[in-house]
Design a protein around this ligand. Sequence first.
Ligand code: T46
Length: 135
Amino acid sequence: MQVIKYAFQQHGDERGMLVALEEYKDIPFEVKRVYYMYDTKTDVHRGFHAHKCLEQILVCICGSCKVLLDNGEEKKVISLEKPYEGLYIANDMWREMYDFSPDAVLLVLASDYYNEQDYIRDYDEFKRIAAQKRG
Ligand code: T46
């Protein structure tokens, strides 16, 4: 499984650091939605779904967390702990987020508006669709 992790350009000077993200330049899609999660309890696992079409980039802009990616055949765990690193998650990828540090803020840039119809929440259904697509 290919994991795409971006190291965004950091603009630093004596005042501190700044990262700027522009669609189609730093982000490979049009950004239609931004959301973020914080105050996530350390023992909590979130996600447990895939998307039919949605593409996203996850940036842990404060603290750290882990993301489990599962393409139906292979699983990988990615640590997000730098505010200048972005994890690309394509559609058709099962994801779970966990191990949030108490100060974690997980920012998500999404290629489309919120749409419950785009979610695949049943793991068996996800596995079936993934196997079909592999052929
Ligand atoms: C994903 C992972 C990384 C909205 O009203 N609008 C939104 O844009 C989103 C994302 C959520 N919500 C509502 C729906 C739920 O009542 O906020 C509540 C929590 O959402 P959810 O349980 O879907 O959160 P996660 O952490 O399980 O998953 C989220 C995204 O939904 C999902 O697309 O890939 O983060």
